[in-house]
Design a protein around this ligand. Structure first.
Ligand code: IMP
Length: 428
């Protein structure tokens, strides 16, 4: 059963793109199955840095099929911009890229709704979305009345559907805008633009569910690339401070149409510390010189929005939960080099909520907000480790730190990353 899955176990940005890139050469197909242009994957290869958002990381290897399935919400100008950018740099994007006719399409009204809703929220209420229209598009998908899938762009009636939806959406946008300015949507302009996008995307549009099932039945090796992280999962994450898709492992079957029986290996990816972008509770956050060290050494600024990420210690309560939830077989620990130079490291092994010690991740955000992290201290190391390629060559304290993470999560640490380049990787 040839399916491998790479899942982020924190709040996204775990450097999954690098793991996917490393694994791609051993696979025939790489699949993006949820999320949209809210995701950012940085892949550094051959001294070149590629920033991808909607395209699967596998796109850099043309021998591999890159597949965007129906669980993704697709923004045509974003994906066309990415394709053009890669072509300008000599990367071949042709029949190796497939996108599902079932994928829902993001329109300008989704972007406007995302912006207006976030503007209305005050203080800690704002989710701090990436403003890429992700939530509003998924909302329309589930609501069914105002949604359009990629396959609809090629059907008769597309123009009328746009006109009808725009009528409704303009009224709705005016309502939620209140006193905030907004530009009403022009149906003809949107239709003309999206007709053009549809023409350009047409060679890539396919029934990806059948494609993947055929590939798996023919024993092709398929790699599933998660976007965001399990703590942002709409059902199992820190709701409502989450994204609008299933970003834990549970999203793979629903997003791709591939049943769980094909997944034979699940790799959970964590940073050696924690980060979070946007709002929501974060028990191990360090809004102090430690957080500053992590942000500057780890270049913790959003790939998509460039927002500074909130930084903190490794939270083993949260990641033990998401490792179990995602069925992780092994753990990949990323950005270990960022911890070099810190005297003492802390791992959160329990929370204290209203005087009670708990080690189960709370299901309600109010409880998580009151959770105080209980830490276990470990000695740090001073040495730079970016040139280390073997576990045995790491400082003893770095090895102890990794061992402790593996022990608490109850899974072996399989890969350790000590820098952004493909070569800066330790396989255990
Ligand atoms: P949305 O996905 O744009 O609706 O944003 C919802 C929440 O998920 C916000 O807190 C975002 O910062 C966060 N988020 C969405 N995509 C990513 C990602 O790729 N990495 C990290 N956080 C993300």
């Amino acid at each position: 059963m040839p399916g491998t899955c790479v899942i982020g176990l924190q709040w996204g940005d775990e450097a999954k793109g690098k793991i996917v890139d490393l694994l791609t050469e051993r696979h025939d197909v790489v699949v993006r199955y949820q999320g949209g242009a809210n995701a950012g994957h940085t892949v550094v290869t051959g001294g070149q840095t590629y920033k991808l958002s909607l395209l699967p990381s596998g796109i850099l290897r043309t021998s591999v099929h890159s597949v965007i399935t129906g669980g993704v919400v697709l923004n045509p100008p974003s994906i066309l911009g990415e394709i053009d950018g890669l072509r300008e740099r000599g990367v071949n994007v042709g029949g190796n890229l497939l996108m599902s006719d079932r994928a829902h399409v993001i329109f300008p009204w989704h972007l406007e709704e995302d912006r207006l809703i976030e503007t209305r929220k005050t203080g800690g209420e704002a989710i701090g979305t990436t403003q890429r229209g992700i939530g509003p598009c998924y909302k329309d998908k589930v609501g069914r009345t105002f949604a359009l899938r990629l396959g609809d762009l090629y059907r008769r009636g597309f123009r009328d559907r746009v006109r009808d939806i725009v009528d409704e959406k303009n009224q709705f946008l005016a309502l939620i805008a209140g006193k905030n300015p907004f530009t009403p949507i022009d149906a003809t302009q949107v239709y003309d633009q999206y007709q053009g996008y549809a023409e350009r995307l047409k060679p890539h549009v396919a029934d990806t569910t059948s494609f993947l099932l055929d590939a798996l039945e023919a024993n092709k090796r398929v790699l599933f690339e998660g976007a965001q992280g399990a703590l942002l999962d709409v059902d199992h994450g820190t709701y409502p401070y989450v994204t609008s898709s299933n970003s834990s492992g549970v999203g793979i079957p629903s997003g791709s149409g591939v049943p769980g029986r094909y997944m034979n290996k699940i790799m959970g990816v964590v940073k050696a510390y924690s980060t979070r972008v946007g709002g929501g509770p974060f028990p191990t956050e360090q809004d102090n010189p430690i957080g500053h060290h992590l942000r500057e050494r780890g270049n913790e600024y959003g790939t998509v929005t460039r927002r500074p990420r909130r930084c903190g210690w490794f939270d083993a309560v949260a990641t033990r939960y998401t490792a179990r939830l995602s069925g992780a077989d092994t753990i990949c620990v990323m950005l270990l080099d960022v911890l070099s130079g810190l005297d003492t490291l802390q791992i959160c092994t329990a929370y204290e909520i209203d005087g009670q010690r708990v080690n189960v991740f709370p299901s309600h955000v109010d409880d998580l907000r009151r959770a105080k992290a209980v830490y276990e201290s470990l000695p740090g190391w001073k040495e730079e480790i970016t040139a280390v390629r073997k576990l045995a060559d790491l400082p003893a304290n770095a090895r102890k730190y990794l061992d402790r993470i593996g022990e608490i999560l109850g899974r072996p640490v399989e890969i350790v990353s000590v820098g952004p380049d493909r070569e800066q990787t330790i396989l255990s």
